[in-house]
Design a binder for this molecule. Structure first.
Ligand SMILES: Nc1nc2c(ncn2[C@@H]2O[C@H](COP(=O)(O)OP(=O)(O)OP(=O)(O)O)[C@@H](O)[C@H]2O)c(=O)[nH]1
Ligand SMILES: [Mg+2]
Length: 407
């Protein structure tokens, strides 16, 4: 038994000793592992900074705030739409005559200056030819120019004119006579709402001229209503509405594609109900084709007049910069409706002031109002004397003539 016990104990010692050695050997292995596992732990740390990099992204969020004001900018526009009677626009600084003269600078530079040069060289045959060229270049029209120069030469002969100064004075007189003494007042109704229908080729300045006319009359204390019968483009009514805000006139409008005649009709009904002094009707300058445009214009006028009685003015807007081409386009409107007066726009932007004479001759309709720029005060009644004086204002000084100041 004792021997057996000794064997068992020995065996136990051997087994335990081997296991311990194994264990020790195993524990000796792991120390090699940490070097590989440790780096990943350290690699985590470099990732921390990127987390901090998120912070710099915060400012962009704050940059959104500056965008907020534009949203508020929309708000100021909203109230004026509903304001029926906004403030009247400020008074202009220049008198109408001063503005007229100032804005005709380009026409004066070309026509006035060249005529001064021509007459400055004396009344030779060459001078008469150059005068013709100059008038044609200013869009007076070939036929009108021939007749004008012919007439002027005859008068110079009859009156014994020999100097350039005298010839220039006579030219001014001939031009004034040519423009005549037509009634250029825009017709008003004795009682009730006056109606002016405004027509013309697209882009000539109908809507702008309506806005300027509206401003002039609201400034004089009148109640003005604008009817947006150009329903061809939604933007047209928006543009008229902006002029309503500027001028203090109320705008009657309908959706895009609505019947223009109905808008004109409603415009009058609304203006009359409010006892307004003046209704201005804006119309389209372009449709699918010219026939459709003229048919629509005729219908608008007919339906409007059924309610309002005859229009007090049917105004044709002509762009002075379009020259003879503009005049042939204008003829189509004259054929469609009875035009009572011309609004000649963009006289400020053209060297061709002679178009005024061509219109009078070729269309046989008096120019009643002229556009002299894009702003609200850039509209003036057409005064032939002031026009001729403005055309030759600097010339008068150049050749030392008495400057018969008109304003
Ligand atoms: N320099 C100058 N520009 C003008 C005058 N009248 C109008 N304009 C400009 O001409 C452009 C066309 O004017 P609108 O009033 O829109 O013309 P419209 O006849 O109503 O045009 P549609 O509605 O397209 O038929 C605008 O840029 C105006 O500012 C003027 O007398 N002088
Ligand atoms: Mg328009």
């Amino acid at each position: 038994m004792t021997e057996e016990l000794i064997v068992v104990v020995l065996a136990a010692v051997l087994v335990l000793g081997g296991g311990g050695a194994l264990l020790l050997r195993r524990r000796g292995g792991p120390p090699e592992a940490p070097p590989t596992e440790a780096p990943p732990v350290e690699e985590v740390e470099p990732e921390a900074p990127p987390v901090e990099e998120v912070e710099p992204e915060a400012p962009p969020v704050e940059e959104v705030e500056p965008e907020a004001p534009p949203v508020q900018e929309v708000e100021p526009e909203a109230p004026p739409v509903e304001e029926v009677e906004p403030e009247a626009p400020p008074e202009p600084d220049l008198t109408p005559a001063q503005r007229f003269r100032a804005r005709l600078g380009r026409a004066r530079e070309s026509l006035g200056t060249s005529v001064a040069a021509i007459f400055g060289r004396g009344l030779t045959e060459e001078a008469w030819e150059e005068l013709e060229e100059s008038l044609i270049a200013a869009d007076v029209g070939v036929e009108a120019t021939m007749e004008l120069v012919e007439g002027l030469r005859e008068r110079c002969q009859q009156e014994g004119v020999r100097t350039g100064e005298e010839a220039l004075a006579l030219l001014k007189e001939v031009l004034r006579l040519e423009l005549g003494t037509a009634d250029r007042e825009l017709a008003r109704r004795q009682e009730g709402t006056t109606v002016w229908l405004v027509t013309g080729v697209n882009g000539t300045g109908k809507t702008t001229s309506i806005g300027k006319l509206a401003a002039r009359h609201t400034r004089e204390g009148e109640r003005v209503v604008l009817a947006a019968a150009d329903t061809f483009r939604a933007a047209a009514a928006d543009q008229l509405e902006r002029w309503g805000q500027t001028s203090g006139a109320r705008v009657v409008r309908a959706g895009e594609g609505a019947d223009p005649a109905s808008v004109a009709f409603d415009g009058y009904a609304s203006a009359a109900a409010a006892d307004a002094d003046l209704l201005l009707v804006d119309t389209a300058g372009r449709l699918q084709n010219k026939t459709a445009l003229m048919d629509e214009l005729r219908k608008t006028k007919r339906v409007l007049e059924r309610e309002a009685g005859p229009c007090d003015e049917v105004l044709l807007v002509v762009d002075a910069t379009t020259g003879q081409n503009g005049l042939s386009q204008a003829q189509a409107f004259l054929d469609a409706v009875d035009v009572s007066g011309v609004v000649l726009t963009k006289l400020d932007g053209t060297a061709r002031g002679g178009i005024v004479i061509a219109i009078q001759r070729q269309l046989g309709i008096p120019v009643k109002v002229v556009g002299l720029g894009e702003s609200v005060d850039d509209l003036a009644p057409f005064d032939p004397d002031a026009f001729v004086d403005a055309l030759f204002a600097e010339v008068a000084q150049d050749v030392d003539l008495e400057d018969d100041e008109t304003g």
